[in-house]
Design a protein around this ligand. Structure first.
Ligand code: EPU
Length: 428
C-alpha cells in the first residue's frame, strides 16, 4: 500500500514563545551557485537544513565540485574547470538549479541545463534569462528539453532592460556579468534582499557591482574572482509565516534571525489587522489579543508584499472580521490551493488574480493536501484556527522550505504530529 506523509494539528492553539529562523532558502541556493564563479573553497554559512539545499549540493557535485553539508554550512570546492551540464532528474526536483546557467556560461563559455518546466504555482518562463544572456553575446537554443547556451568568444557587457523585475533573471544575468568583458547595466532589476545578499557575496569575491537593492545594477566585469566565506541572510518568508501564525491564533511570538525591515509591508498589514509589532535587531515580536480585522493585500515584487506569503494572507483573511480582497500579481497558479482552504471552511471566491474572502470566526478541521511549499505551510497554520483536527497531506512540499516546522510548532504550543499514513491503491 502507498503511504502519504501528513502533518496533523489540533486547532485552537494560541502560539506563544520564541522561534529562531535559519538562512533564506532563496538566497542560500543561489549563493551555492555563486561559488561556481571562483576556483577553490567557498563556504556558504547559515544554510537552512532543507531538501532543496541537499539537491543543490548534488547539482554542484555532478558539476565536479566537492560539496559537504556540515550542519548549517555548505563547503564547496570548485575545480578549475567545472562541468557544464545539469540534468533533468535534478532540475525537475529543484527549479532553482537553473541559476547555474549564468555562472557556468561565464566560466566555461558553454552550458547545457535541463528546462525545469512549470510547477504548481504557474507556468514560470525563462524568456528574460535567455534574452539577457543573449544581449551579452551568448547564443542560446532549446533542444530535447534542454537550454543550451554558448559564448565561444566570451560574454561582453550590455544594457539589459527586464520587462518585469524577475528574481531569477536578475540573478542569472548578474552572475554572468561579473566575469564578462566591460560594463553591464541591468534595468528594472529585482530588489529582493536575497539579490543584495548575492551582490554582497560577489563583491567579497572581488566583483564590481553598484546599485544592489535598487532597480539598476551596474556591473563591471573582472577577469577572475576568489573564493570566500559568506553568511546567508535570515529567511524573511519563514519569519513572515510565523508572524501571520501569531496573529491568526491571537498569539505572542518573537521571531529571531530575520531583519524586520525585510518584512515592512507584511508587518504593517498585520498592524492594520490589529496586531502589535515590536521590531528589534534581527528579530521582532508579534502579539495579538483579539480577532484580526480583514485587510486588503496585493502581492508585488520587493519591497511589495511577497507572493510567498500569499497563502498566509488568505489564511488571515479567512478568519478575520469582515471581508478582504487579496490580489496576486506574480504567479498565475498561486490560487490553485484555494480549494483546499475551502475544504477547511474558508469562504473564498477567486476571479482571475483576485480573491474575495469573507472571514469566519472559526474554520473546520479536515484532511487537505499541500500543493507547494507555501500553500502547505499556509494550510497547517489555517488548521490551527479550525475546530478539531486538520490533516495536511504531501507535506514533503513543506520540507522544501521550512526546516524544523513541526518541532517549531510544538515548541510554540501546538499539538502536532507528523506521520506516514497508508493510502489505498486501486489496481486495474
Ligand atoms: N517570468 C517570466 N520570464 C522569465 C522569468 C520570470 O515570465 O524569464 C515570470 C514567472 O513566470 C513569474 C514571474 O515572472 O510569473 C516572477 O518570476 P521570478 O523570476 O521573479 O521568480 P523566480 O526566480 O522563479 C523566486 C523564488 C520564488 C519567489 C519568486 C518571487 C527562488 C528559488 N524562488 O522565483 O520562491 O516566489 O522569486 O519572489 O528564489 C518559494 O520559495 O516558494 C518560491 C516560489
Amino acid at each position: 500500500m502507498a503511504r502519504v506523509d501528513v502533518i496533523r494539528v489540533k486547532g485552537g492553539a494560541r502560539l506563544a514563545g520564541d522561534v529562531t529562523v535559519g538562512g533564506a532558502k532563496n538566497s542560500a541556493l543561489k549563493l551555492m551557485a555563486v561559488a561556481l564563479l571562483a576556483e577553490g573553497r567557498s563556504v556558504v554559512a547559515n544554510v537552512p537544513r532543507i531538501t532543496d539545499i541537499a539537491i543543490m549540493a548534488e547539482v554542484l557535485r555532478r558539476l565536479g565540485c566537492g560539496v559537504t553539508l556540515d550542519g548549517t554550512e555548505a563547503v564547496i570546492d570548485v575545480p578549475a574547470e567545472p562541468g557544464s551540464e545539469a540534468d533533468y532528474d535534478l532540475v525537475r526536483r529543484l527549479r532553482a538549479s537553473i541559476c547555474v546557467l549564468g555562472p557556468l556560461l561565464a566560466r566555461r563559455g558553454y552550458v547545457r541545463v535541463a528546462l525545469p518546466g512549470g510547477d504548481m504555482i504557474g507556468s514560470r518562463g525563462l524568456d528574460m534569462h535567455v534574452s539577457g544572456l543573449a544581449r551579452m553575446g551568448a547564443e542560446i537554443s532549446g533542444e530535447h528539453g534542454f537550454v543550451i547556451a554558448s559564448a565561444p568568444r566570451g560574454l561582453h557587457g550590455a544594457k539589459i532592460w527586464l520587462d518585469f523585475p524577475s528574481v531569477g533573471a536578475t540573478e542569472n544575468i548578474l552572475m554572468a556579468a561579473v566575469l564578462a568583458k566591460g560594463v553591464t547595466e541591468i534595468d528594472n532589476a529585482a530588489r529582493e534582499p536575497e539579490i543584495v545578499d548575492i551582490c554582497d557575496m560577489l563583491t567579497a569575491m572581488g566583483a564590481r557591482i553598484e546599485g544592489a537593492g535598487s532597480s539598476t545594477l551596474i556591473v563591471e566585469g573582472v577577469d577572475a574572482l576568489k573564493p570566500v566565506r559568506h553568511q546567508t541572510i535570515g529567511d524573511r518568508i519563514v519569519g513572515g509565516t510565523w508572524a501571520f501564525a501569531s496573529v491568526m491564533t491571537r498569539g505572542d511570538v518573537t521571531v529571531h534571525g530575520v531583519r524586520p525591515e525585510f518584512l515592512d509591508i507584511a508587518l504593517d498589514k498585520l498592524v492594520t489587522a490589529g496586531a502589535t509589532v515590536e521590531p528589534g535587531d534581527n528579530r521582532f515580536r508579534v502579539r495579538m489579543d483579539a480577532r484580526p480585522r480583514g485587510v486588503d493585500i496585493v502581492t508585488l515584487p520587493y519591497p511589495g508584499f511577497a507572493t510567498d506569503l500569499l497563502p498566509m494572507a488568505l489564511g488571515l483573511a479567512a478568519v478575520a472580521e469582515g471581508s478582504s480582497l487579496i490580489t496576486e500579481n506574480i504567479f498565475d497558479g498561486r490560487f490553485m490551493f484555494v480549494n483546499e482552504m475551502v475544504r477547511l471552511g474558508a469562504d473564498i471566491r477567486t476571479d482571475g488574480h483576485h480573491a474575495v474572502v469573507n472571514g469566519r470566526d472559526r474554520l473546520s478541521g479536515a484532511p487537505v493536501r499541500a500543493t507547494d511549499i507555501r500553500a502547505g505551510a499556509g494550510l497547517v497554520i489555517a488548521g490551527l484556527c479550525a475546530d478539531g483536527v486538520t490533516e495536511v497531506g504531501e507535506v514533503h512540499h513543506i520540507d522544501r522550505g521550512y526546516p524544523d516546522f513541526v518541532s517549531d510548532l510544538a515548541r510554540l504550543g501546538v499539538e502536532v504530529e507528523r506521520t506516514d499514513v497508508p493510502e489505498p491503491t486501486f489496481d486495474f
